[in-house]
Design a protein around this ligand. Sequence first.
Ligand SMILES: NC(=O)C1=CN([C@@H]2O[C@H](COP(=O)(O)OP(=O)(O)OC[C@H]3O[C@@H](n4cnc5c(N)ncnc54)[C@H](OP(=O)(O)O)[C@@H]3O)[C@@H](O)[C@H]2O)C=CC1
Ligand SMILES: O=C(CO)COP(=O)(O)O
Length: 341
Amino acid sequence: MASADKPAVAVLGSGSWGTALAALIARNGHTTILWGRDRGQVEAVAQRHENPRYLPGTPLPESLAATPDLAEAVAEADLVLVVTPSHAFTETLRALAPHRRADAGLAWATKGFEPGSGRFLHEVAADLMGPDVPLAVVTGPSFAREVALGLPTAVTVHSDDEDFAQTVANVLHGPTFRAYTGNDVQGAELGGAMKNVLAVATGVADGMQLGLNARAGLITRGLNEMLRLNLALGGRVETLMGLAGLGDLVLTCTGDLSRNRRLGLALGRGQSLREAVAEIGQVVESVQTADEVMRLAERLGIELPISALVREVLHERITPVEGLRMLLAREQKPEFPPGLF
Ligand SMILES: NC(=O)C1=CN([C@@H]2O[C@H](COP(=O)(O)OP(=O)(O)OC[C@H]3O[C@@H](n4cnc5c(N)ncnc54)[C@H](OP(=O)(O)O)[C@@H]3O)[C@@H](O)[C@H]2O)C=CC1
Ligand SMILES: O=C(CO)COP(=O)(O)O
């Protein structure tokens, strides 16, 4: 049962990240229940303490409960943590609304935008939950598999409500998992979304064997794209210089556990988008996010050359070789135009 210092938690989404976070929270001593739409998957978590599809071979705590019934999952929860992919975020919140306890807070570890509308996920959450529900985003460099194995990890929790950010961070924080807090929700969300697009770019370059200089150049100029878009949105530089931006960018652009990087690698080696996505077999957020990032940038009149080329490559309108040629042919310019920051 919940107690004041150990809120009961419902985690929605039984993929790799939802399962890893639910296991972490259960190990931290919270009553924790994982909801997933796939009955077989959920039964395996509840009875065999394993998620064979998304975290095969990784033992999960026996205290972690699981159910395919959303109403049951959230009935007793003080905190609901949504970890479905961005394309399922809105429908998950809609399904959740009639069942959640009125005083339950809502956090999410999803990265991306609402597809089609391009809304930030905090905008979707505020719209569907109303003004009285405390909201927070959990983000940062965190491969699910490493978290599930108990390897050291640092993330950040951003909320407009300082106490709620601390509550969510306390639920996650543990011996090998550090949870920092902040209050720049939009900046944190932007970093988590954009790094997926930029990981495709570095993956493509590595798949084409362009070398380590190219990789470092793309990461750094990619960070510059994040910063410029965030500034145009009125965001703060430091958020993107921290775990939500630079940290996650470095992890995803260099770590082969990243599905977005692996998509880029496959495209750079000449595979088709369809083949590559099917082979990865898990959510690859950049496919949708590249469109939403560029729609946002175009609306604000911000030029993002790397992200723009990733979008074109993902739509198979240009080849990686053409993309490279276009990037290298860009005009020379100052690294930091006056007045940028
Ligand atoms: N994996 C990671 O290391 C990290 C992931 N994230 C983010 O977390 C989010 C979830 O990713 P992740 O867990 O990795 O994805 P996975 O591909 O591992 O799993 C996706 C999960 O979402 C479920 N799902 C898909 N569509 C729906 C839907 N319409 N309603 C309910 N459930 C649905 C899938 O169910 P089914 O099996 O039935 O299809 C599956 O359980 C993404 O935004 C990702 O960017 C953030 C940090 C780290
Ligand atoms: O967000 C992640 C790590 O922080 C996971 O990245 P991928 O979705 O590219 O695997």
